[in-house]
Design a protein around this ligand. Structure first.
Ligand SMILES: [Zn+2]
Length: 196
């Protein structure tokens, strides 16, 4: 099987934030990229993904419809999280795309064991393609319910600006990832010192 380009390791710590970080420009998210994201986020298996990808040619209208929803959800989440980071209020209508998905996706909660602790995980009923967005919409809803206290931040690297959830002890995490932006910054300031 051909290896597909994997997204930059998901660094945000919350599904909805990783989704908001997906692809930098507005209209370039392809079906293939979205399916790869679902695999990286462990929302679907590789096996499932290999059955989802061909839908682009076998069911183009269904895929188009869900892609539109995907883009709409992503744009609205970016706007909302951007407002939260800047501590700005935002109109209630911005959450409409989230509620729309919550409304149409049926599902149930399931107990899942992880590192010796139990957590509740939402399992969407697989009907149509909208179920693919169910977990993302729920993750977004959970963040919004956390309110302005939710430690949502943006990477301090101006060329990056990825959203992430700061669950560090001090709540002063600056970088989406120390390995990428943090180290780049360290090297840059080291070189600056050397030049003086
Ligand atoms: Zn970054």
């Amino acid at each position: 099987m051909a290896t597909r380009r994997s997204f930059r390791t998901l660094v945000a710590g919350r599904l909805a934030l990783d989704f908001a970080n997906l692809a930098p420009s507005e209209h370039d998210l392809s079906w293939d990229e979205f399916v790869s994201f679902l695999v990286d986020a462990r929302l679907v298996s590789q096996d499932r993904a290999s059955r989802l990808r061909p839908l682009l040619s076998s069911e183009p209208h269904a895929v188009d419809a869900v892609l539109l929803r995907i883009l709409r959800l992503r744009e609205c989440l970016r706007a909302i999280f951007g407002a939260i980071v800047n501590e700005k209020p935002f109109p209630a209508s911005w959450v409409d795309p989230v509620n729309e998905i919550l409304r149409i996706t049926e599902g149930h909660d399931e107990l899942v064991a992880h590192n010796g602790a139990w957590s509740l995980q939402y399992v969407a009923r697989e009907s149509g393609l909208d179920w693919l967005l169910a977990a993302i919409a729920r993750s977004a809803a959970e963040l919004l319910v956390e309110g302005p206290r939710a430690p949502i931040r943006r990477c301090a690297n101006p060329a990056c600006r990825l959203f992430f959830y700061d669950n560090s002890r001090t709540h002063h995490r600056r970088w989406c990832s120390m390995a990428v932006c943090g180290n780049r910054h360290k090297v840059a300031s080291f070189l600056k010192r050397k030049r003086k």
